[in-house]
Design a protein around this ligand. Structure first.
Ligand code: ZN
Length: 195
């Protein structure tokens, strides 16, 4: 799946039927009051949680790119991340910190969060999500360098299997000068860890 991959529209009725089958297989009584509208609600939720398949980073950025002569580092900390792991379809969530050095173009801050959302609302592993965010940001403004650090809790680890409730997974991706220049990378890591 490349950066510009776009899935087709989701057939909500079809997903609703699948959810009905799933609930029945679990052993549930589909006629009980509380579950009456659950398949429809699940289909709607799944459609929303996977909306990234029907978006591209170009669309979500929507031209919010501006000329700038500044060439200092910009860091945005604590962007919320909500995603689904591709191994269990269980949520992982946490925070992401993004930094870049411009080469004449800057991007609206809210658009960085939209790029994160675009990739987070596909089935993911945290490592790939981190990389996809970094590459999409670099490509959207032709940045000199980009760094992304992501810290997430994985419910598939917390609720099942090893049940490690307090472990956080940390991933990072560095591109351009953030990769090539240790001083730039160190400055980014210092800013990320402040506060
Ligand atoms: Zn998982």
């Amino acid at each position: 799946m490349g950066l510009n991959w776009q899935g087709g529209l989701m057939d909500r009725q079809k997903v609703e039927n699948l959810m009905r089958e799933l609930l029945s297989e679990i052993g549930e009584d589909l006629n009980r009051d509380g579950l009456k509208d659950t398949p429809a609600r699940m289909a709607k939720a799944i459609e929303f949680l996977t909306r990234g398949y029907r978006q591209t980073p170009e669309e979500v950025v929507n031209g919010a790119i501006f000329e700038s002569t500044a060439d200092n580092m910009v860091v945005i900390r604590d962007i919320e991340v909500y995603s689904l792991c591709e191994h269990h379809l269980m949520p992982f969530f946490g925070r992401c910190h993004v930094g870049y050095i411009s080469r004449g173009k800057v991007i609206g801050v809210s658009k960085i969060a939209r790029i994160v959302d675009c990739f987070a609302s596909r089935l993911q592993i945290q490592e790939r999500l981190t990389n996809e965010v970094a590459r999409a940001l670099r490509d959207s403004i032709d940045a000199e360098g980009v760094g992304v650090v992501m810290e997430c809790h994985h419910l598939c680890m917390m609720m099942r299997g090893v049940e490690k409730q307090n472990s956080t997974m940390v991933t990072s991706a560095v591109l351009g000068s953030f990769h090539d220049d240790p001083a730039t990378r160190a400055e980014f890591m210092t800013l990320v860890n402040k506060g």
